[in-house]
Design a binder for this molecule. Structure first.
Ligand code: ZN
Length: 456
């Protein structure tokens, strides 16, 4: 039965080949020195390009994009702080998190006291290194564990001389983003977007890059796709803004979309609704996600204008039907934006569960339909057509039978299969299967546009 096929494995089950494969991709993506521009971002797009066809776009520094401007490109070779006897207490070579992203170059000798405003720690999590950025304000700084800083202060005091070196360069270059477009039978598009700018953080956001690539591979393998699927891998905020500025036409064809993030941790799913779904009525993507994740549970939250790139897609001028799917949302797990968001936080089972959930969402979007019954007066005799079990009298009606009855009863041209699945409590796959059998028996006929055609 479809219900069994689609149920998720419990988290303690041994990882399957798919989960292991996604996990290997996270391991490969994790260490790259990603940033909103530069070679770490290009390397990430290149790595994704080995898994799926990715077209890389380079947008020159200074290009106006909506209310923003494409920034200068940042490159960094070396960054460290050393004691007078040459001992390096923070070093970019150990982790890209150790330097504030977009730090301007520095070569100086200063006391610990003078350096302190440039040092970032997490006093409440003294063993973790924070992730900090300063993209749009000229600054420089280092990130380190509070314990390492305390040790340094205890050993050498506030007036010890430290050598500070950041060999970085901000120069005219380009902002890179990657797209993978899988054409379908219609030009109507479904967008999956994942930010690709965080260095050495596993759940946020190597996990979503890997799951998105897995989803694209699975969709490529399908014999037919109703929708055109667009995967966008872009740096957070400025990347989405750049894409929107250059793709007004494609944005106009967008019927459904999801921002993907944090898909590898052990938490359950959280879905953030579209702006329009929150302010007006739930959009098809809002309903499709809730339906596809109904069995395993999903925390559905209204839209709010903070978060990832759903902010840009749901800005009032665009107001696109783009929701956001995560496991644990940003800021709600203790390792968020710290060195603790490492490979141990991500499991093959969680990655695979996320991929399966997204495939179920796609199945709803692809499989929705509106039908009209050809014999609506009384129930048509299903047994005669081989659609009903021969033996009556069971207390419980099997799922497949109930799906037939629901699909027939709501087939008055007003309701879609999405409505049928919502009202009946049956899995969408069971409802789709019933509709296919009724269509084959001539008891249903196609009737006009689907619920999911009304996105946007
Ligand atoms: Zn983040």
């Amino acid at each position: 039965m479809p219900a069994t096929i689609y149920s998720l494995r419990p988290p303690q089950a041994p990882p399957t080949e798919t989960g292991e494969r996604l996990n290997r991709w996270v391991e490969a993506l994790y260490p790259l020195h990603r940033c909103i521009t530069g070679d770490g971002l290009r390397g990430t797009l290149q790595l994704l390009g080995q898994l799926i066809p990715v077209e890389v776009h380079e947008v020159p520094t200074g290009t106006p994009v909506l209310d923003w401007t494409v920034p200068r490109e940042w490159a960094i070779r070396e960054a460290w702080v050393a004691t007078a006897d040459g001992r390096r207490i923070v070093d970019l070579a150990d982790s890209p998190l150790h330097v504030v992203q977009y730090s301007v170059p520095v070569r100086a000798r200063m006391t610990l006291e003078a350096l302190r405003p440039h040092l970032h720690t997490l006093p409440g999590q003294p063993d973790l290194v924070p992730y900090r950025t300063s993209y749009y304000a000229e600054a420089w700084g280092f990130c380190l564990a509070q314990r390492a800083l305390d040790r340094l202060a205890a050993e050498g005091g506030e007036h010890q001389q430290l050598e500070v070196y950041i060999d970085s360069r901000l120069s005219d270059g380009a902002l890179s983003y990657g797209e993978c477009v899988l054409p379908g039978e219609t030009a109507d598009e479904v967008l999956f977007s994942a930010h690709a700018c965080h260095p050495a953080l596993a759940n946020d956001n190597a996990s979503a890059l890997a799951v998105a690539a897995g989803l694209a591979q699975a969709l490529m393998a399908r014999p037919r796709r109703r929708y055109t699927y667009r995967f966008l891998f872009a740096p957070g905020t400025i990347g989405a803004i750049t894409w929107l500025a250059r793709n007004r036409e494609a944005a106009g064809r967008l019927r459904h979309g999801l921002v993907l993030a944090n898909l590898g941790d052990r938490g359950g799913f959280t879905y953030k609704m579209t702006r329009r779904g929150t302010l007006d009525a739930p959009q098809p993507i809002d309903r499709a996600v809730a339906l596809a994740l109904r069995e395993e549970g999903v925390d559905v939250r209204p839209f709010d204008p903070a978060g990832y790139d759903e902010r840009q897609f749901n800005s009032p001028g665009f107001d696109l039907p783009v929701g956001r799917l995560t496991r644990t949302p940003h800021g709600e797990y203790p390792e968020y934006h710290t060195s603790g968001d490492d490979l141990a936080l991500v499991t093959p089972q969680a990655l695979e569960g996320s991929l399966r959930a997204l495939l179920r969402v796609v199945d709803v979007l692809e499989g929705d339909g509106v039908y009209r019954g050809t014999a609506p007066f009384g129930e048509p005799q299903l047994g005669r057509r081989g659609l009903y079990r021969a033996l009556g009298g069971d207390a419980a009606t099997p799922e497949a039978q109930r799906a037939l009855l629901w699909a027939l009863n709501l087939a008055d041209g007003r309701f879609s299969l999405l409505d049928v699945a919502e009202r009946s409590g049956l899995p969408f796959a069971a409802v789709r299967d019933a509709a296919d059998r009724l269509l084959a028996a001539g008891l249903l006929e196609d009737h006009g546009p689907r619920t999911t055609d009304h996105g946007r």
